[in-house]
Design a protein around this ligand. Structure first.
Ligand code: SF4
Length: 328
């Protein structure tokens, strides 16, 4: 049995809404509202949802780049939420992040060699010569060349910049990489190259990935399991096979209906989404998806559905699959 590398329990982030000269709190934006999941060693967990669903906030809370309002994050047996700032800095050697926009996340005034060396300096790893050696090795690992070391970020294409972002994340030999929309800003042909590189690195370096994306199509081939988020909650969590073969939640079905299929004979179930995503500062009652769900019944407005396992490796939060809720 594979070990659990990361355990997330009831994670919440509520941002206060303040008004007036006294900055009185008048409400809260529930960006993440009680999310729980495990990440197994060596797997890729995809987290998917529309913008504003809380997936990126969740990713950042795992590294405590955003402090959680509530909940626990246990990594390798250590409760990260209980660590001091210095202990957390140490823990970040093992958890690294790859960001959506490699250009914005790379210092434009630093050479690639300086950018890659920085995490080693921050964590006080190696001598100058050892660090230089590692920079050169990692450049090759991600498909770049040694002569790229003295160039600046603006001298690279988007795909190459993302390779630099990945190399930087790998410098400290992390166990877990949280990739937040790592290919969303890239052309489709380049997306495939970066995804292939990430898969190859995962096998070679035995990495565990959390791969955040707004599109179920992108995470399909890279993920072992996929979690679907809607308005700060996880509404479905399943193995990739089960989720794509037989999606259960109406929201997942709608997201899948929006993914283009290359086979012209394939007839899709077309559950299209109605309306816009509601504001997380004033989420709908009961099931927060009820304002857009074609199957919504009276019970959906009143009762909050709980994420529960329906079959092995497949959990969903929807009253349609809950025998204890009467749907008429
Ligand atoms: Fe739709 Fe009701 Fe299921 Fe929510 S609980 S997804 S509103 S059927």
């Amino acid at each position: 049995m594979t070990d659990v590398l990361l355990k997330v329990e009831n994670l919440k982030k509520h941002f206060p809404i303040k008004k007036g000269i006294f900055a009185r709190e008048v409400g809260q934006v529930k960006a993440v509202d009680g999310v729980s999941f495990d990440v197994l060693e060596g797997e890729t967990l995809g987290i998917v949802g529309e913008s504003g669903c809380g997936k990126s906030t969740t990713g950042r809370m795992l590294m405590r780049l955003i402090e959680p309002t509530e909940g626990d994050v246990t990594f390798n047996g250590k409760n990260l939420t209980a660590l001091s700032a210095e202990e957390m800095r140490q823990a970040r050697r093992d958890i690294q992040m790859v960001f959506q926009d490699p250009y914005a996340s790379l210092n434009p005034r630093h050479t690639v060699a300086q950018i890659l060396e920085e995490p080693l300096i921050v964590h006080n790893i190696g001598t100058k010569a050892e660090r230089r050696d590692k920079v050169m090795r990692l450049l090759k690992t991600v498909g770049l060349s040694e002569y790229h070391a003295n160039r600046y970020p603006h001298q690279f294409s988007g795909g190459q910049r993302q390779r630099i972002g990945i190399a930087r994340a790998l410098m400290t030999n992390p166990k877990l990489i949280i990739a937040d929309e790592p290919v969303s800003a890239l052309d489709v042909s380049i997306q495939a190259q970066v995804l292939n590189l990430m898969q190859q690195l995962q096998q070679e370096l035995k990495l565990t990935y959390i791969f955040i994306a707004h599109d179920l199509g992108v995470v399909r081939h890279i993920s072992d399991r996929v979690g679907v988020m809607y308005l700060g909650k996880m509404v479905e969590l399943a193995t990739s096979e089960s989720l794509y073969e037989e999606p259960l939640h109406p929201y997942t079905k709608a997201l899948l209906a929006a993914v283009p299929v290359p086979d012209p004979d394939f007839v899709k179930e077309t559950t299209m989404l109605q309306g816009d995503i509601p504001s997380p500062s004033n989420p709908p009652s009961g099931c927060t998806f009820h304002t857009r769900c074609p199957f919504a019944q009276a019970a959906c407005k009143e009762k909050v559905p709980v994420l529960q396992q329906i079959k092995p490796g497949h959990a969903v939060a929807c009253h349609l699959y809950d025998d204890t809720v009467t749907m008429i």
